[in-house]
Each structure stands twice: as C-alpha cells, then as structure tokens.
Design a protein around this ligand. Structure first.
Ligand code: 6R9
Length: 657
C-alpha cells in the first residue's frame, strides 16, 4: 500500500449531480424492476448470505448432484457448494439443446475480413464435443492445464468449453501477447497442450501466432502438443510429432462426448493478470461458484431476455471476455455477438455497423473505446441505425462523466440506461453496478453493490470513512465467484489481498461513497496522488481535463517534488482539430483549477499522441510515473499494448528536457 496521510483518507473533489432514473418502460419489463426490490434483495442477502446464494445457485445452474454445504469459509480460503457435481460446458451448451433453444444462435461471429459465421446451440455442442475428444486423444486428462493462444474466432470459445467439458482448466493468453509473455504463463501453470492458430487478423495485418507459439514452446518443457487452427493460410514452421492441425484431428473425432461431472470447487480456469511489479499472477477460478456469479450478474445487470442480441466487445483474453462473452451469457442461453479485429478497422464505424447489421440490443464495452469514439467524432455512429440498442455497459476503468454522457446521448440516443460495472479478474463477476431497471444512474459512479456483495470504504486500519471521504475499497464477505488463490502460491494470495485490511478482501482500488449510497471508484490506490498532504484521485483530475473540449484522453500521475511531496504531471491527447501550444497548456491548467480548485492544478502538462495502455485498454500510469520522474521503468511490461508509445514518450521527454 502507498504511504497515506495519517487517516489514509483520499480527498474527493469531483462534483457530479446529474441523475438518470431508470426509464419507466425499461423498468416494467426488467428482471429487477425497482429500487425497493433491489434493496430487499440486498438486505436479504446480507442477513442470510448462504440462503440467498443457495437460492440463486438452484435457480440458475443445473447440478448433477446438489451440494452438502453452501459455504465452507476458512479465511481467506472459500469453498462454495461443497460436495456438488457440475459441469460448465453442460450448463453453457447441452442444457440449451434439450429444449426449444437448440436452434437458437449462440454465437454470431464476424471476422475482420468480413467473414461471418453463426453457431446455433446445437452446432456449438457438436464442435465442443468434437474438440473435447481431440484433447482427450492428445492425452489431456481431468486436471491437466491447456493453454489457449488464439485470435477472436469461435474456436476460442469452443476450445475453452471443450476444456471445461473434460475438467481440464484452461488458461487463455491474449493473441496480442509476445512469445515471452506466453512462455511465462505456460511455464507457471505447466500446460501440457497449447492451442493456437497460424495467425489472426488485426488492423489489416496478420499477427503470426504460430511463430510466437513456436518461440514459447521452445522454452516450455512441459508442453507436449501444439494444436494449430488454420485461420489465415499463413505459411508456418512445423514440428512433426508435436504440432497438429486442428482440422485433421477433428476430422477423426466423434461428436459425442458426455460432459464430465466435476466437483463444484474443481478449477475452471487460470487467468494471468499483471502485477505492478514481479511476475503476473495466475488468478484461479473454480467451477460452481463462478458459474453462479457470472450467470446471476449477466441476468440482473444486463437484464438479458430470450430475444436479446448481446454484444460484449471484450477479447476472451481478459476476464470480461471469460465472464461476459463466454460463461455468463451462454449459461443463460443468450445470443452473443463476437467480433475479430479493432474498432477502427476498416474504418471508425466498425462497431456501429455491427450493431446495425445484427440489430444488437445490449452493448458492453470499455471507457478507452468510448473516449476513442469521441475523438473520432459523431459522424461515424450517426451513419448507422443504432435504434435496436436498449442497454449500454461499461467496464475496465472509471468512466469519466463526459464520456458517460457522450455514450448515453450519442450511442444510446438518450433512451438506454448505462451500467458502469466495477469488478476485477479476482472477483470473477460484477460487484458494484446499477441494475438498469432499478437503480438511478449518475455519470461516473458505479452506484451500488449487487445483492450478496458487501463492500466498504475504509482507512488503512480498517475503520469505515465518512460520507464522501475517499479511502480503500474492501469486500467484507466472501462471494461465490471470488478467486480461490493465486495459482501455486497461497502465500502470495494471502499477502496480496488479505493482509492489508485483516479479515477483508482488499481490492487495491480507492473509492468513496456519497450521501445517496453510491460508490465512486477513484482508481488504483498505487496511483493516488499525494499533493501537499492531500491524497487526490487520478481519476478526478483526469475527468476535469477530459471535460475540456480540446482533450480526448488524460492520464495524471504524481512526480517527486521537494516542496509538495508530489507534483501533478498530466499526459494529454487532443481531439482532432486541436494542436499543442503553450496557450492551450495554460488554458488546461486554468480549466482544472476552475473545475476542482487550485489544489489540483497540474504542474506539468505533456501533450502526446497516445498513452501507454494494457491490451485491455487500461492506462498504465506506473510507466508514466517513471517518465514524469525521469527514471527507467521497472516491473512487468508484458501487458503493454504498444511498446512504441513508451519509446515515443521517452524520446519526446529527452527532447523537451
Ligand atoms: C473487469 C476488469 C480490475 C481493475 C479494478 C479497477 C478497474 C474495472 C471499473 C474499474 C472503475 C469501473 N476497473 N472496472 N474502475 N470503474 N467500472 O477490468 O478486470 O482487468 O482485473 O481490472 O480495473 O481499478 O481494480 P481487471
């Protein structure tokens, strides 16, 4: 934890008073349709968590054998639905084939070159069963880890569900990661089989996945087989005996493979998230509790109905893709859109064209994308009919109020509720979010905890802070979709999440709660600024900058200052049509002072053409902090999307300095 002021409180300076009640028509048809109903559910879950979760588990998931015990809590180790037998692939596929939904579209997929495929639930069942048999044929047994390094093609979902079908935990590695990053993950979880493709498309280019996979395989002694899906036709090197074509193995595989009943606590997947220092953490999720958490939140937060066309734009390589492209919506038998590519290829209208073409009703995307769309301009969405949309979601970072307003107005036509969903790889499922038919929304706030979730904002010694006081966000009760450990490292799990605030799960985020009970996430506490004894949230200063018409995106970091402890350095990208100048720099400083006060006046403003981000779109302030302080960057950079951004920023700093 950073060294906070004596109380550990964070000063909050953001003022936001716009409130959007749920539209009456939306509320009438919603799964949870009033604030009173939400409050009843939340109270009920708080008073009797095990009763609440047992009811949800019974209602949402099909079990081969019921549990003996709902929760075995041996802090910080939880076992949910102990003794129950379940299978994730059965829940996401087979059970929908037993009824009228067997011919319903499960996945509607569009590749970057414009190719399209639709997999009905029956198709998905056949594909998943076949590939499960392929894995078995390669010697994969229950408990063996399989690594998936694939582009955003249906086979990624098929492969994940095939692993789940036979009880082999998967670890999905972003198609954008390097050979080194892939190797590190394979070595950590000792995967026996790697599934990849010859290549994948991104912005008109082919990403050489097989080449990277070869690089990784060379240094991964546990790896016995590499299965290669032919996606691009790119020529690839071949290691006979080790490498196999997906289509050749599948041609001989039976389409019958009964799902293996596994214990509720059987590992479902390991997903690596970058630590700020040191090696990535393998977050372990297990089967029963994770399914309950993702299915419940998909139903309540996205209000999914049988006739919705739901689109989560996330890559399956990060947790949002796992929980809200694969397990949550498929467990509910929803129709999901999946796309390969980027929002600005072949042009900046890609998203809007997809929404128009498939009549998407629910869109779930990230603030980084929304800010990019704002920068590219309204003309792109305006060219398409977005009237099918009824609900919008956001995840990944705090959404600045200006971006929220734009999303609501320009994309949602002012009629769609916006759900700003706060959660983490570690939490498995959404934790704090509006329920669109129940919760009045406020731009920039994730609003309220979901039923069953008990978060609190506290000082570093665990004392609750007052209304509107910033502090550390913790969760006080275990929940079914929580991580079970860091793979192979229980001690790191304890130290990382359960020792800062004893007895509670520490999220690593700062937050405040306002007089209406709404939570405001203020960003990672490692990113909090400490200016002359005031702890300020990066998010709030950034939101002030973004509210200026010239600013597209902003990242704010502290830099060492003899006088104030920390000075404020801002990195800013500009809207098209604006140019960097001394004048604008002055204007932006004054704008922040006007919006939040002299305390937050940025000392340095750096204009840049891009910010360093993770592949999932989060700004990596840690790297900017090093640039602002003029030191070399340490720590893990394997999740950085585009290393050249750092090179350009450094070059620029040297020139400027
Ligand atoms: C789902 C996901 C988790 C961190 C989290 C927080 C930030 C995510 C947010 C948000 C504010 C939101 N975060 N959603 N901050 N408002 N709606 O993103 O998981 O990649 O593990 O990141 O992302 O800082 O702690 P993950």
């Amino acid at each position: 934890m950073p060294s906070p002021t004596s109380s550990g409180a964070i000063t909050s300076v953001l003022q936001e008073t716009r409130v959007f009640p749920p539209p009456a028509e939306f509320a009438r048809a919603a799964h949870v349709s009033s604030l009173e109903q939400y409050q009843e559910l939340w109270n009920r879950a708080k008073d009797d968590p095990e009763g609440f979760w047992a009811e949800q588990a019974g209602r949402l998931i099909s079990w081969f054998k019921p549990w003996d015990r709902v929760l075995d809590w041996n802090p910080p180790f939880a076992k949910w639905f102990e003794g129950a037998l379940v299978n994730a692939s059965y829940n996401c596929v087979d059970r929908h084939c037993e009824g009228p939904n067997k011919n319903k579209a499960a996945l509607i997929w569009e590749g970057e070159p414009g190719d399209r495929r639709v997999l009905r639930y029956q198709d998905l069942q056949r594909e998943v069963a076949r590939f499960a048999n392929v894995l078995k044929g390669l010697g994969v047994r229950k408990g063996d880890v399989v690594a998936l390094y694939l582009p955003m093609i249906p086979e990624l979902v098929v492969a994940a569900l095939a692993c789940a079908r036979i009880g082999a935990p998967h670890t999905v590695v972003f198609g954008g990661f390097s050979a080194e990053a892939l190797a590190g993950r394979i070595q950590d979880c000792k995967a026996k089989v790697l599934v990849t493709a010859d290549g994948g498309y991104r912005r008109g280019k082919v990403v050489p996945l097989k080449e990277n996979a070869d690089g990784a395989a060379a240094v991964c002694p546990t790896l016995q087989h590499v299965v290669v899906y032919r996606r691009t036709g790119l020529d690839v090197a071949w290691s006979h005996g080790r490498d196999h074509w997906w289509h050749e193995l599948e041609a001989n595989a039976s389409a019958v493979c009964p799902p293996e009943p596994v214990d509720s606590e059987h590992p479902l997947f390991i997903l690596y998230t970058s630590g700020s220092t040191g090696k990535p953490k393998g977050i372990l999720h297990t089967t029963g509790g994770y399914l309950v958490g993702t299915a419940l939140t998909t139903q309540w937060v996205f209000d999914i109905k049988d006739d919705d066309t739901y689109w989560c734009t996330a890559d399956v390589g990060w947790v949002t893709g796992h929980s809200y492209l694969v397990y949550g919506p498929l467990a509910l038998g929803a129709t999901c859109v999946m796309f390969e590519g980027a929002p600005n290829w072949p042009d900046e209208g890609r998203f809007w064209k997809i929404i128009e073409d498939y009549r998407v009703t629910i869109l779930y995307t990230a603030p980084t994308a929304i800010r990019a769309f704002m920068k590219w301009g309204e003309q792109f969405p305006r060219r398409h009919d977005l009237s099918s949309l009824r609900l919008l979601g956001s995840v990944g970072e705090p959404i600045n109020p200006e971006a929220w307003m734009w999303y609501h107005k320009v994309i949602g036509g002012g009629r769609c509720p916006v759900v700003d969903t706060w959660w983490q790889t570690e939490t498995g499922a959404i934790m704090i979010s509006p329920l669109p038919g129940a919760t009045p929304t406020v731009p920039g706030s994730a609003t309220r905890p979901l039923p069953g979730i008990v978060p609190e904002v506290v000082t570093k010694d665990g004392t609750p802070v007052g209304v509107n006081e910033g502090g550390f966000l913790i969760v006080k009760q275990p929940w079914p979709s929580m991580l079970r450990t860091i793979y192979g490292d229980d001690d790191r799990y304890k130290a990382q999440y359960w020792s800062d605030i004893p007895g509670s799960y520490f999220t690593g985020d700062g937050a405040r709660r306002d007089e209406n009970g709404n939570f405001w996430i203020m960003g990672r506490v490692d990113d909090v600024l400490n200016v002359a004894g005031h702890r300020l949230s990066t998010m709030e200063v950034e939101s002030a900058l973004v509210s200026h018409r010239a600013v597209a995106e902003a990242a704010v970091v502290g830099k060492p200052d003899d006088l104030k402890g920390q000075a404020i350095a801002a990195f800013v990208t500009l809207e098209s049509g604006y140019a960097a100048s001394e004048e604008l720099r002055k204007e932006l400083r004054n704008h922040v002072v006007k919006e939040i006060g002299a305390l937050a006046r940025p000392d340095d403003i750096h204009f840049t053409d891009a910010l360093p981000k993770t592949r999932s779109g989060k700004i990596m302030r840690r790297l900017l902090r090093d640039i602002a302080a003029g030191v070399e960057s340490g720590g893990d950079t394997s999740t950085l999307e585009d290393l050249s951004v750092m090179v350009r920023l450094r070059r620029f700093e040297q020139k400027a300095g």
